[in-house]
Design a protein around this ligand. Structure first.
Ligand code: ATR
Length: 488
């Protein structure tokens, strides 16, 4: 009875895989599961039995790959959720022996997009379809509805789109899944999503630092979490703002747990890949870089502790002068400026990420639809936010928008918020509060809106001076070289 009956199979029952399998079963599908180590299969079956009342479908565990594959309906569909890199290769190399032409493997890990393309090519010679699918939303997303970013051949998408549409997060304008594009584009979009997530988190972190620092010296009767709660009712509404408000209420005895957390933030690699990719393609994503650097800086704990005793910031008197100069004794005013600054910086950060996606799409001929990508990020994933609707609308108005900064609504928003961003970056800098992501967003904004970048004029002159690299001119056509000095 367990032969050729399951709708889909799932290999890899660590946190993400296990939750995704339960999600699939809950949506009414028959799912077969397998894991290299059998105890995880047992755990999954036990959990399924506990939760079964909510499940319309069936989940069956297998202890050999062969019987697992035999349980699947043809053409077989197998999602693999194992560690990215060589474990995926190892899994495929055994799995493929049991598969037939027309079957499909979907890798749901955070895989480097070129690995997906390499595997797809190798498997296509055997007629096996292959997709790389970004899965965002962590444990909870996987269990109750993630944002899914599948990339690969359209035939592959057609085989699984009914299942994916049901298991994805559902929002006002549909399920948070769409066919992203060919090749490794699904992994790529997920990678950039993670880069944006780094920047979004860092921006919120910096604003929190300013609030926390100033709440200790200015008159603020409320609680910090209330500010985030309030922001969550406005333009900044997002999962990350919402959980920040919850984090700022979470206490152990009478102390906030966040104050006791070691101030070193880790990363798992997708942020770094985003930066490397952007550099390779020549796309400035300075706010995302700033966020990654901030994580690296945080890990220099010993150095920071030692330098905190040696390098100076400003004194108390200056500090009070600055705070009153900015009008930040009025805490409500500070809050309203921070809200605007954060919003402006967020626009810059998403503009950078989207520009990278567009460049890759062009280079790789993926023909990605940025509006659809913004739409499927509206639910399920960590960066879900009301804001993504605006991005979706921007691409609807102008599908070939070169930069989000050019969208008429964002132009209006930026013009409305830029003064606040300036004041927040400068004020925080004077006070010695590090704001690398906010500052990078402001510099991005100012560089993008500058018709003539004098710094680049000078750099071209320097390059021609020391390396005869030549330069072009504003006032006439051609390529020029000057003899800049007597002995040049
Ligand atoms: P965790 O998330 O529990 O730390 P992990 O080491 O990241 O686990 O691995 C995640 C999944 O990839 C697990 O299902 C793991 O299988 P095991 O439970 O047998 O360890 C799977 N995995 C890791 N390396 C693998 C490999 N070389 N071949 C097959 N599966 C592998």
């Amino acid at each position: 009875s367990s032969i050729n009956t399951a709708d889909i199979g799932l290999i890899g029952l660590a946190v993400m895989g296990q939750n995704l399998a339960l999600n699939i079963a809950e949506k009414g599908f028959r799912v077969s599961v397998y894991n290299r180590t059998s105890t995880k299969t047992d755990d999954t079956i036990n959990r399924f039995q506990l939760e079964q009342k909510n499940c319309l479908g069936k989940l069956q565990g297998f202890y050999s790959l062969e019987s697992f594959v035999r349980s699947l309906k043809r053409p077989r569909k197998v999602i693999i959720m194992v560690k990215a890199g060589s474990p995926v290769d190892a899994t495929i190399s055994t799995l493929e022996n049991y598969l037939e032409p027309g079957d499909l493997i979907v890798d749901g890990g955070n895989e480097w997009y070129e690995n997906t393309q390499r595997r797809a090519e190798a498997l296509s010679s055997k007629g096996i379809l292959y997709m790389g699918m970004g899965v965002s939303g962590g444990e909870d997303g996987a269990r109750h509805g993630p944002s899914l970013m599948p990339g690969g051949p359209v035939e592959a998408w057609n085989l699984v789109n009914d299942i994916l549409n049901k298991i994805a997060a559902q929002v006002d304008d549909g399920p948070c899944v769409t066919y992203i594009g060919p090749g490794g584009s699904g992994n790529y979009v997920k990678m950039v999503h993670n880069g944006i997530e780094y920047a979004d988190m860092q921006l919120i972190g910096e604003v929190y630092d300013i609030l926390r620092t100033l709440s200790q010296s200015s008159h603020f009767d409320g609680q910090l979490y209330e500010i985030f709660e309030r922001w969550n009712g406005g333009d900044l509404q997002s999962f990350l703002i919402e959980i920040t408000s919850q984090i700022l209420q979470f206490k152990e005895k009478d102390n906030l747990v966040v104050d006791r957390i070691l101030d070193q933030s880790g990363s798992k690699g997708t942020g770094m890949w985003t930066i490397q990719e952007a550099a390779k393609r020549g796309i400035p994503i300075s706010t995302i870089s700033a966020a990654l650097d901030a994580r690296y800086l945080s890990s220099l704990k010993d150095l920071r502790v030692s330098l905190s005793r040696q390098l100076h910031g400003i004194g108390t008197t200056e500090r009070n002068t600055i705070i009153s100069f900015y009008g930040w004794n009025d805490f409500e005013f500070l809050i309203s400026e921070l809200e605007k600054a954060l919003f402006a910086a967020k626009i810059c950060c998403y503009a950078q990420g989207m520009a990278l996606i567009q460049k890759a799409s062009l280079d790789e001929q993926w023909q990605l639809d940025c509006g659809e990508i913004a739409r499927i990020w509206k639910g399920g994933c960590i960066i879900r936010a009301r804001f993504l609707d605006r991005i979706k609308e921007a691409y609807k108005r102008q599908p070939n928008l070169l930069s989000l900064l050019e969208d008429e609504h964002f132009v209006r928003d930026l013009n409305n918020c830029q003064t606040a961003l300036r004041r927040v970056v400068s004020g925080a800098s004077l006070l010695g509060i590090p704001v690398p992501a906010l500052a990078s967003a402001l510099s991005y904004y100012d560089s993008c809106r500058k018709e003539i970048l004098s710094s680049s004029q000078l750099i071209q002159a320097q390059r021609d001076f020391f390396g005869a690299h030549t330069y072009k001119r504003l006032d006439k056509e051609g390529v020029f070289h000057s003899r800049w000095s007597e002995d040049g």
